[in-house]
Design a protein around this ligand. Structure first.
Ligand code: IYR
Length: 229
């Protein structure tokens, strides 16, 4: 195995602390405006925006730089309909039988049910696939490392990029979603990871009045002033 030639770190920028503070505050304010939306407009979105969001997502770090993801952007009405029909079959099963009472109770405040009209209304359904392994040109398998972590990071960047462009998403995970391989013609080496319903919000879109946890509830610091754990 040969190693890559190296180059000096390209395009790195350091900022004075005041500028760093301004930038991180602005970034936080920007991502803190993001809300998951379930009511979509049918207004079309230019394909180029989705392509560039995919390129942004594909800058994610990945195990051994193997980039173990594949994105399918579906705008074709007939394919969206097939996805809706298949997803609603799974969701009906989920709400009627598969979900535990505890899980259904956790979903009650969100008001979700097995009806998924947004799968046809939204201009784009983005299926994110995780590649369990890759293929060399001669057909040999290439093992992927940390594909779940890698694809999760890429999906996070994708959601952030789409938000930054002024679009909204719903992170939808019908379960199981193996039907996506069949409808979208993806190989069995790929596992559907999530379905990102993407577009503009409906004019009258509403969202649940929920809050994010405060910093101290989800982060801690171990510094020289803190007591040893
Ligand atoms: N996939 C189902 C159920 C669902 C599960 C979770 I966890 C949510 O945060 C929301 C919904 C559905 O889409 O209705």
């Amino acid at each position: 195995m040969s190693s890559y030639p190296t180059i000096p770190l390209p395009d790195y920028r350091e900022y004075p602390v005041a500028e760093m503070r301004r930038r991180i505050n602005a970034f936080y304010a920007e991502v803190n405006r993001r809300r998951t939306v379930r009511e979509f407009s049918n207004r079309p979105v230019p394909r180029e925006i989705i392509e560039t969001a995919f390129k942004a997502a594909s800058t994610a770090p990945s195990g051994a730089n193997l980039q173990p993801w594949h994105f399918v952007a579906v705008s074709a009405a007939a394919t969206k309909k097939k996805i809706r029909v298949a997803a609603e079959i799974e969701e009906r099963e989920f709400y009627a039988h598969r979900a535990s009472p505890e899980w259904l109770e956790a979903l009650t405040p969100l008001g979700t049910d097995s009806n998924k009209p947004f799968l046809e209304t939204a201009p784009y359904l983005i299926a994110v696939f995780l590649q369990k392994y890759g293929r060399l040109e001669d057909g040999r398998k290439v093992k992927h490392y940390y594909p779940t972590e890698s694809t999760g990071i890429a999906a996070g960047i994708l959601i952030t990029a789409l938000h930054h462009a002024g679009l909204v998403c719903l992170t939808h995970t019908p379960s199981p979603m193996k039907f996506l391989n069949e409808i979208l013609g993806r190989p069995k080496s790929e596992r559907p990871f999530l379905l990102l319903v993407t577009g503009y919000p409906a004019d009258d879109a509403r969202v649940p009045d929920i809050k994010r946890k405060p910093l101290h509830e989800f982060a801690s610091f171990v510094d020289d002033q803190s007591q040893a754990p």
